[in-house]
Write a protein that binds this ligand. Structure first.
Ligand code: NAD
Length: 385
């Protein structure tokens, strides 16, 4: 159980790049990192607009001298200080991740980077090599995998409660961009611009979350090949706003991921069903405290977060016991707790003996997007993974 007692000797000196005023995802990074006092926000280059970024940083109690105009100045100036930052989180649009992550790792910082990690597998592998070379901790921001019921699912699958896995049926299909909202929203405009979003829109923006959830729950299953059909339904979009991907795994299982932003009427539409030879589990991001467990020939059951019958690995991340709902903020806080623990162990030269969305998760997501785009461009051809 997590109760806020310290897990690191001193709060980790932490900075944010991006995630400033008006950004979609900045606040949850801060609230998750600062939740258990494992991190202290001491510096930032919060905004593409330096003045607005500085004003924002000051409003977050950051020393004005440590609110920098850009990431390069942040890295350079912080390196000169005896109390310079130890870790950074990158919450900027996709096209900036590679260069910022590379610079931060080269400067000897631990990195928590937004997804998708970068544009190409080649770049992702370059970052992977850099993580290996520098020995620093790199987290990829797959925020849903910190939910307790994801850990419960992972443990159930590992223990054989479902039997051999046959079908992985997933979707992240919301309806928020069923019309050209990019004409009015800056946050959506860069997402549909190939120069800023990369080779794909929804595949990278939402599909990668499901790819990583499948990896988190079934780390022993590897995608063997995939095929993808993608469409741009809203006029003027160069990148796909809908995609359907079928995957075959090396253990004989088959998987499906529907990635979409044009699923009109759907608030979020992120859910999965994993089918084994004797039972299935199902989970919905909008109801993260419940995991359906359905054994063939028995009454259906719904497992509840915080309950005593969950596996101990799942209960370890509990914060308030059963009954009261936990949600996205707790999932992210659990992940930032793991980031802090990993940094602490790394700096003490100890082995990191728990799983987290590491650089391999970043490479996997980028490769998946790249292969899906390739398949889609070839009219849904099967592509080896
Ligand atoms: P956004 O456009 O809403 O905000 C981007 C922020 O970054 C703004 O504050 C902007 O001023 C700042 N910025 C842009 N370029 C910068 C630079 N070079 N240096 C410093 N700051 C800069 O974008 P968003 O929706 O918050 O998305 C940011 C990233 O987070 C994207 O990669 C996106 O895919 C990811 N994201 C992840 C999740 C998740 O669940 N993990 C959810 C939403 C977004």
């Amino acid at each position: 159980m997590i109760n806020g007692e310290k897990i690191v000797d001193q709060p980790i000196r932490w900075a944010m790049i991006g995630g400033g005023r008006g950004s979609q995802i900045g606040y949850i990074h801060r609230s998750a990192a600062l939740r258990d006092a494992n991190f202290e926000l001491v510096a930032g280059a919060f905004d593409v607009d330096p003045e607005r970024g500085k004003d924002f940083g000051i409003n977050c109690h950051v020393d004005p001298d440590r609110c920098y105009p850009d990431y390069k100045t942040l890295i350079e100036e912080e390196a000169k200080r005896p109390d310079g930052v130890q870790a950074v989180s990158i919450a900027t649009p996709n096209f900036t991740h590679f260069e910022i992550a590379k610079a931060a790792l080269e400067a000897g910082l631990h990195v928590y980077c937004e997804k998708p990690l970068c544009f190409t597998t080649e770049e992702a592998e370059e970052l992977e090599a850099l993580v290996k070379k520098t020995g620093k901790v790199m987290f990829i921001s797959y925020g849903y995998c910190g939910h307790q019921m994801i850990e419960q699912a992972r443990q159930m699958i590992a223990r054989g409660d479902l039997g051999k896995i046959r079908i992985v049926n997933m979707q992240f299909a919301h309806g928020a961009h069923n019309v050209a909202v990019e004409k009015k929203s800056g946050s959506t405009a860069w997402r549909v611009d190939p120069k800023k979003a990369g080779p794909a829109y929804v595949l990278g923006d939402v599909g990668t979350h499901m790819v990583y959830l499948s990896e988190a729950m079934m780390p022993d299953m590897n995608i063997k090949r995939l095929m993808c059909s993608k469409q741009s339904f809203v006029e003027g979009r160069q990148l796909e706003d809908n995609a359907m991907t079928i995957m075959e795994y090396d253990n004989g299982a088959v998987g499906y991921i529907w990635s979409s932003c044009v699923n009109a009427g759907s608030e979020f539409g992120a859910r999965f069903r994993i089918v084994g030879e004797k039972a299935s589990i199902a989970w919905d991001v909008e109801h993260p405290n419940q995991l359906a467990y359905e054994v063939q020939g028995k009454p259906q059951s719904v497992m509840q977060r915080g309950a005593g019958y969950l596996y101990p690995e799942a209960v370890a991340d509990d914060r308030i016991g059963g009954g009261h709902p936990e949600g996205l903020f707790e999932s992210w806080s659990n992940l930032y707790t793991r980031f802090a623990k990993a940094i602490d162990k790394n700096e003490k030269g100890e082995e990191i003996d728990f799983w987290y969305p590491d650089i391999h998760a970043g490479v996997l997501g980028v490769k998946w997007v790249e292969k899906c785009a390739q398949s889609g461009d070839q009219g849904g051809a099967w592509i080896d993974f």
